[in-house]
Design a protein around this ligand. Sequence first.
Ligand code: ZN
Length: 179
Amino acid sequence: MAVREILRYPNRTLSKKCAEVTAINGNTAGMLNSMVDTMYAANGIGLAAPQIGELCRAIVVDTDTEDRGKKLVKLINPVLVEAEGKFTWEEGCLSVVNYTAEVTRPQKILVRAWTIEHREIEFEAEDLQAICIQHEIDHLDGVLFIDRISRLKREMYRKRLKKMAREAQAVAASRAPAI
Ligand code: ZN
């Protein structure tokens, strides 16, 4: 198990565009396995490389929380080839604490990507799996789901985050030993 720390908004790494993976090798395999371990440890259904501080285009998705591994996909340089329909889902993100919001995205997608076995694949995904893959590909472009909601909602979330940080500071200060 190699569980890594997950970067949280507003960490600037999360808003950077990631570079393509140019060589698929043992390092790539190790990173993908760490991403899977980190995703499972956090009880998530998807994780993108920049969330653990790796600025490269790789994602892992497993939307089946009951039977872990069954629907697991590890994608290198994933690209959205086609998208159709509309699907609204209450999204959350391991990098955005204590917040969810409805986001509408295409319901069915065709994705092209590379696998760790150096195979270029194309596959279709729909509903939650499609939403999740699109959410993770967004991460590779430095986009979070809160960038896809209204500015007002985003501002409210920012205010709430600041309040949470102030409260945490106050608690820490009250625990400080007196001298
Ligand atoms: Zn996310």
